[in-house]
Design a binder for this molecule. Sequence first.
Ligand SMILES: [Zn+2]
Length: 291
Amino acid sequence: MKRGLGITLNYTPYAFTIATLVILNFLVYWVIFIEESRPDLSVYYLEVGQADATLIEAQNGNRILIDVGGGRATADAVINLLPFYDRNIDVVIITHPHSDHMDGLVPLLEQVSVGVVLDSGSGHRTGVVEEYLIALEGYGVKKVYARRGMVINLSEVAKAFILFPDRNTALLDPDNASIWVQVKHRDNAFLFTGDSFVAVERYMVDLDGERLESDVFQAGHHGSRTSNSAELLKMIAPDYVIISAGENNRYGHPHDEVMEVFLSTGAEVLKTFEEGNMVFISDQGGIERVK
Ligand SMILES: [Zn+2]
């Protein structure tokens, strides 16, 4: 009896240790395999109704989420894209404090660790904004005002550039305080302008000119005529325009005259309510739509 117990005590821990090491070894190789099989940059334009949410992931697993509107369903959709062993988003950019760009953040924070939130600095306050500020404090997530000149290093070959705001936005209309971000991988670029109006677009065309050239443009303000001026679209010269809007939404987005502007650039125009989630990858060979 005693001997048997001795054998059990002697062998079981070793067997257990070896089995654990074998499994861990397998997991480590599996994680490395997943990382290496990822493209240099993946961009997920999520179908989230009349709202915005785009997840950007570098090969090394670093992630930026640009807006998270659409409530808990959007938070769940984002979580589904993350590996179970790495529920981490490095930077969440809330382009501006309207609920269709941010009401999924609180449910997201319940399950995902967020490094930092970039905020436009708009002074706009609503119940949703108050809830967001309380949640950031509760989860200990740092909030930083996005300002022109900031660069987020996703990897050695992928970076996100903050182009706007270049000023204190406390008194601006919240739409016009929207953060502009251009995500670049080598010569490939993805541009996001939130819900900025035409006045800001004109200012940015004067300021940045051809620097705004991007392969994929997420239509401003869900395809509204208040944004998406011909001057801006001429400068961006996109291959793809993504419109994030809900089917038969009450605003009539995308507006017909804006569709004409998009189509006149020769870009392929894609709507989330028709296409569902869309995924683009950027690799050595260029940009490719894979879903
Ligand atoms: Zn919006």
